[in-house]
Design a binder for this molecule. Structure first.
Ligand SMILES: Cc1ncc(COP(=O)(O)O)c(C=O)c1O
Length: 426
């Protein structure tokens, strides 16, 4: 029997599904990812960094390979500066809750995900000051506005690398360069925290060249790893004594002490790591490195151009963002006049087997910025495995739905017109 998707009472062969929800999590994964995870479970299995037997040593090697792969992809100064956790949300909580103290000031943008805004709003209640710099309605950010928001107590600048709503890429390297150039010693420049959940593996990132102090990544989107993987690259400017761990516990190291180790990565990695997930993540990152991030980006840019141009040509469809694939990721938000995003999403799924995400995408501030709050948008997010043919099929589907709403509106107007006519006795 062919693999198929069978939610409820309808069935679609998996190879006919159009998966446009890669900004939520990528699918399918390269086969190497599954193979690496199965191999770990069947042949390695042990707890990394705990026991000294050969299976545990092999498990530890698998985890170290994941650090090496991430360090290579982002040009981290040392694989030991890669700290793993369960996702980007956990890494962001580590940074924000571990670094900020009452009286500190943070600058962030108006297109951040709730993984940034919710911890920040909670910290605000404890006395941390926050400035949210407004982005333009297309999601773009002017580095000068970030610079203008910096005060003497600003310790972090926290920016999305790309919006998960409209895909707009923020100028993080320019912000880093300008912030450091403007600030004069003895005032230390604030650290730059970049939430690369939407760009890691899809847009080139070099933490050293780009001046990123803390890079947050998630493993299950464009790095093609499984869910339950993610983490942080900690730059050399970060004061580790100040950055508190999110949790404390067993690390397999310094077991004679009841105090948390103060060295990397153990300070921030308590409890058994997701070794099977990291085996898969290494395979995903190696797959990305083999393709080349530039090549993945070029391919996704071409598909995004096809999608944006096609959507814009459909009457009744509004596309949000820069409308320029060179300035955004492969995430495209749009709406159809006269049809709620929830209805569009349901019909795309049920009638065309197109999987996408509608609504507010855990980023209400971003929707306020682009003017689509509280209704939200329909979001198509393409990935490394999507094709031009799938884009064309999706465009046909959107055209059909937009045509339906036009016909609906037309007949509603005709009925109202007739009713008015009758009331006038015509
Ligand atoms: C910009 C952004 N930041 C953070 C996250 C959180 O990622 P995770 O769910 O892996 O924690 C997401 C997830 O969609 C995101 O798009």
């Amino acid at each position: 029997m062919p693999a198929s998707l069978r939610p409820g009472d309808w069935e679609v062969p998996l190879d006919e599904v159009i998966y446009f929800d890669n900004a939520a999590t990528s699918w399918p994964k390269p086969p190497e990812v599954t193979e690496a995870m199965v191999r770990f479970l069947n042949e390695i299995g042990a707890n990394p960094g705990r026991s000294g037997h050969r299976m545990a040593v092999e498990a530890g090697r698998v985890v170290y390979e994941a650090r090496e792969a991430i360090a290579e992809l982002f040009n981290a100064p040392d694989p030991l500066r890669v700290v793993f956790g369960s996702n980007a949300t956990e890494a962001l909580n580590l940074v924000l809750r571990g670094y900020l103290r009452p009286g500190d000031h943070v600058v962030t943008s108006s297109v951040e995900h709730n993984a940034v805004m919710r911890p920040l709003r909670a910290l605000e209640r404890q006395g941390v000051e926050i400035t949210v710099v407004g982005c333009a309605p297309d999601g773009t950010l002017d580095p000068a506005d970030v610079l203008a928001a910096i005060r003497s107590n600003t310790v972090l600048v926290v920016l999305n690398h790309a919006s998960n709503v409209v895909g707009t890429i923020l100028p993080v390297a320019e912000v880093a360069a300008q912030v450091r150039a403007q600030l004069i010693a003895p005032l230390p420049a604030p650290l730059l925290v970049v939430d690369a959940a939407q760009t890691a593996g899809a847009v080139p990132i070099d933490v050293q060249a780009d001046g990123i102090d803390l890079l947050v990544f998630t493993g299950h989107k464009s790095l093609h790893g499984p869910t339950g993987t993610g983490g942080l690259v900690i730059g050399e400017r970060v004061d580790l004594a100040r950055l508190e761990p999110l949790k404390r516990g067993g690390t397999g190291s310094r077991s004679e002490h009841e105090e948390q180790p103060d060295f990397l990565p153990d300070k921030y990695e308590s409890g058994t790591v997701n070794a099977v997930g990291l085996a898969g993540l290494t395979a995903g990152v190696r797959w990305v490195l083999k393709q080349g991030v530039e090549a993945i980006r070029a391919r996704e840019e071409a598909l995004t151009r096809r999608l944006i141009d096609g959507l814009r040509a459909i009457p009744g469809v509004t596309v949000y963002g820069t409308l320029d694939p060179a300035r955004q990721t492969a995430t495209v938000s749009f709406s159809i006049a006269g049809m709620e995003p929830s209805e569009v999403g349901l019909r795309l799924d049920e009638e065309f087997a197109i999987m996408c995400r509608v609504g507010l995408h855990c980023a209400p501030a971003a929707h306020r910025t682009i003017g689509t709050f509280p209704t939200g948008t329909v979001r198509f997010s393409l990935g490394a495995f999507n094709t031009a043919e799938e884009v064309d099929r999706a465009l046909e589907a959107v055209e059909r739905l937009a045509g339906d709403t036009r016909r609906r509106t037309h007949s509603a107007r005709r009925m109202m017109h007739q009713a008015g006519y009758e009331q006038q006795g015509g």
